[in-house]
Write a protein that binds this ligand. Structure first.
Ligand SMILES: NC(=O)c1ccc[n+]([C@@H]2O[C@H](COP(=O)([O-])OP(=O)(O)OC[C@H]3O[C@@H](n4cnc5c(N)ncnc54)[C@H](OP(=O)(O)O)[C@@H]3O)[C@@H](O)[C@H]2O)c1
Length: 286
């Protein structure tokens, strides 16, 4: 028998002699009005902007919510607008020594474990230029957007992995700037988050935990109002969409990602910017 034929025979033997294992897949279909039924969801920075709209959407879909932020008055106002099913905790994500106790407090409020954690709290100092970046501003943005999210994720995953039959969801709110070449801290914090998303997903997926990120384009909120207001919401010269996105649009995507309908998605950075981060060969450089 020739060597090639022998190798083929051995390969065939190995491939066909594997024991058969059954694989079961539950297909969840979207049934709006309750796709997050009974899920306990924590949203950092849920008092306004994207976080607030996510809380509203998730609540409508049957979830129980805890929102957090630094300013208690803004949190109270948000809870009174959102209504039953939403509670708040005053907590600063940049104080990483408190993220463990914060998550424990969320569990106490839910009287149960946290199904989904949305790491949304973030700031942008809009320096506009590499030369304008200060050490203080650099640290402030990294401490909130990346260091805060990093250790929050670490505490959450530790908590989930210690549970029997663990299952959970971690969703980072990144930004389209994380996929562009950036020399000011904001985009760099988001690029780091994107990398973390993939790495953590690979680490915990087999334990029943999904990790994803959403990368919105410029979206109307307090963060962007100084930049957007003079343009009257019209970004036609600045980006592919030609307009600002609305926090409600981002909330829809987040809702899908936290629902069981997206069970086969993990490790992804979902861009909500109609492809603005994708540059083509014929793009104008100006
Ligand atoms: N708007 C956009 O165009 C856009 C685009 C891409 C990505 N994003 C991302 O989306 C997320 C939300 O942004 P947004 O536009 O909704 O901003 P926003 O309207 O300014 O809201 C930010 C939220 O985060 C909270 N927050 C800020 N620093 C915090 C800290 N250290 N600890 C806890 N909470 C903190 C704020 O509450 P307190 O001030 O009371 O703490 C507030 O609830 C951010 O991660 C941002 O980078 C926004």
């Amino acid at each position: 028998m020739g060597v090639k034929r022998l190798i083929r025979k051995i390969a065939k033997f190995i491939l066909t002699s594997q024991p058969e294992t059954a694989t079961y897949v539950n297909i969840s279909q979207i049934n709006y009005g309750g796709i997050l039924n009974n899920k306990n969801i924590v949203i950092t920075g849920g008092s306004k902007g994207l976080g607030f709209e996510m809380a509203k959407k998730f609540l409508h879909e049957g979830a129980r919510i805890v929102i957090s932020g630094r300013n208690e008055a803004t949190l109270k106002k948000a809870v009174s607008e959102l209504g039953n099913g939403v509670q708040y905790i005053v907590s600063d994500v940049s104080k990483v020594e408190y993220v463990g106790p914060f998550l424990k407090k969320c569990e106490d409020l839910f009287e149960g474990s946290i199904d989904c954690l949305v790491s949304n709290a973030g700031i942008s100092l809009h320096e506009n230029n590499f030369e304008n970046v200060t050490v203080e501003g650099f640290d402030k943005q990294f401490n909130t957007n990346f260091r805060g999210s990093y250790f929050l994720a670490q505490s959450y995953l530790k908590m989930k992995l210690s549970e029997e039959n663990s299952s959970g969801q971690l969703l980072f709110i990144s930004s389209e700037t994380g996929d562009q070449m950036y020399d000011i801290p904001y985009g760099l914090t988001k690029a780091a988050l994107n990398s973390l998303t993939g790495a953590l997903s690979r680490r915990v997926y087999r334990s029943g935990i999904r990790v994803n990120a959403i990368a919105p384009g410029v979206t109307l909120s307090d963060m962007t109002k100084d930049y957007a207001e003079p343009l009257n919401g019209n970004l036609s010269r600045n980006c592919a969409s030609g307009r600002l996105f609305l926090p409600e649009e981002i909330a829809e995507v987040a809702c899908f990602l936290l629902s069981d309908a997206s069970k086969c998605i993990s490790g992804e950075v979902i861009h909500c910017n109609v492809g603005n981060h994708l540059k083509t060969f014929w793009d104008k450089v100006d």
